[in-house]
Write a protein that binds this ligand. Structure first.
Ligand code: FAD
Length: 423
């Protein structure tokens, strides 16, 4: 098929953070991009609204920044963690050099539209209320046929490449060769959230564990305009609580902290789990963001990986278009899989490990007890939780020796307490 008869070089399905970033980058590289979005803006997305500082780099690569997109966001500087046994520790997000790495908090209803409009300004053809129903690969002509519903009309568009950025429920992820490995237990995590009035000045992210919530936590994220984003999330587990259980744990834990009277009903969503062996490309198609399962298995954050994977997919698509190689086993699309594994692999593996450790309430109590008595340790722990320090920091011998030293000193203090005051 001749290039002139394509409707676009790349069709991007979904204008969330992953799709808009891919579309912006491809348009900046001079490609014809159709960015199809099922909803119309402004549209909400169930989220904790946390924009991590690590978004700065991929955003600047597509010609924008956190200051431009989220200049009016609230900022929070650290994390307060309360364990199920009510041990409480607070620390500040700092990088290795000791610099503050604050989070920005901006409702997705604002952030997503701003990023999509940026993609439009870069030259992508953004079409809202366009729902992609089907993507079929024509092997002979080496082109995708994309069936799109817009109100009552249905049209077919042709493009050699499709980037599926349509979120956690992506049905294109089920296309042949792209489903999750059969023996994988990397299912979905579940989260519910709502907004409450929060006039307090305290600007930290608060996390609450609970004995009834074996693998998960409740959160409170102070946002702009005197509101806070509050919610509960539970990791993928064989004995997942029901929605009613989750809401009652949420009311018990967060209700102690803020007044929940009159807050809007909780909205729920699924968070896909990443899997390093998962296939994310097939002929003429790449999966990005939640559609590929790129959500941090420990914190549930996925906007930064959505934007970064959008960029990586855009680079691969650019090379595919230059070389005319659109098949999954050819170098350009294969390079995308290599690139995301390199970029996210360590974080995903360690995130999964932290998720398991989080399950161990006694260990959590110990870590938070040390943190409650040692602010350096508290900053280190909260900075790892807050993505300000790389996850690999936990491998540092200095950190291990600090854990052992503080454990020994705690044990000494316990023994002294048990043997009573000196005569
Ligand atoms: C409760 C909760 C809290 C979270 N908190 C955070 C947080 O604080 N920080 C963070 O970094 N991450 C958070 N995440 C994860 C984050 O929301 C996702 O990782 C992120 O939204 C992924 O972006 P995306 O572009 O891949 O998908 P999405 O944001 O889901 O965007 C997909 C887009 O595709 C569109 N679409 C879907 N189907 C079609 C179709 N057929 N045709 C056309 N368009 C379609 C949708 O309308 C949507 O606009 C949270 C998730 C949950 C559930």
């Amino acid at each position: 098929m001749l290039r002139q008869s394509w409707d676009a070089d790349v069709i991007v399905v979904g204008a969330g953070p992953a799709g808009s970033s891919a579309a912006a980058d491809l348009a900046r590289r001079g490609h014809r991009v159709l960015l199809l979005e099922r909803e119309s803006f402004p549209r909400d997305k169930v989220c904790g609204d946390v924009l991590l500082p690590s978004l700065q780099k991929p955003l600047s690569a597509i010609g924008t920044s956190l200051d431009i997109l989220a200049g009016d966001a609230a900022t929070i500087h650290g994390c307060g963690f309360t364990t199920a046994t009510n041990i409480h520790a607070t620390g500040t997000f700092r990088d290795r050099q000791g610099n503050h790495q604050p989070w920005r908090i901006l409702p997705r209803v604002l952030f997503d539209e701003r990023l999509a409009r940026h993609a439009e300004r870069c030259g992508a053809d953004l079409r809202v209320r366009h729902s992609v129903e089907e993507v079929t690969w024509d092997q002979q002509k080496q082109v995708n046929i994309v069936t799109v519903r817009n109100r009552s009309s249905v049209n077919n568009y042709h493009a050699p490449l499709v980037i599926a950025a349509n979120g956690a429920f992506s049905r294109f992820g089920q296309r042949s060769g792209l489903h999750q490995p059969r023996n994988s237990n990397r299912g979905y995590s579940v989260a519910l959230r709502t907004y409450v009035q929060y006039p307090q000045q305290e600007r930290i992210f608060e996390v609450f564990a609970d004995a009834d919530l074996k693998r998960g936590c409740c959160w409170l994220v102070p946002g702009p305009h005197g509101m806070a984003n509050v919610g509960i999330g539970t990791f993928d587990s064989p004995n997942r609580p029901t929605r009613t259980n989750l809401e009652s744990i949420f009311r018990k834990r967060i209700g102690q902290r803020v007044n929940l009277d009159g807050c809007a009903p909780m909205a729920g969503w699924l968070l896909p789990g990443p899997c390093l062996t998962r296939r994310t490309v097939t002929d003429g198609l790449l999966l990005v963001g939640d559609a590929a399962g790129f959500v941090d298995p420990f914190t549930g954050h996925g906007i930064h990986t959505a934007v970064s994977s959008g960029l990586l997919a855009s680079t691969a698509s650019h090379h595919a278009l230059l070389s005319g190689m659109f098949l999954h086993h050819q170098m350009p699309l294969r390079s995308y899989e290599k690139a995301w594994r390199k970029a996210f692999g360590v974080d995903f593996v360690l995130g999964r490990l932290f998720q398991r450790l989080h399950h161990d309430q006694r260990l959590l109590d110990k870590i938070m007890l040390h943190a409650a008595h040692n602010h350096l340790w508290a900053d280190e722990v909260m900075s790892i939780i807050g993505h300000a320090l790389p996850r690999s920091s936990v491998m540092r011998p200095s950190l291990f020796s600090r854990i052992i030293r503080s454990q020994l000193s705690n044990r000494g203090a316990d023994q002294q307490r048990m043997s009573g005051p000196a005569a």
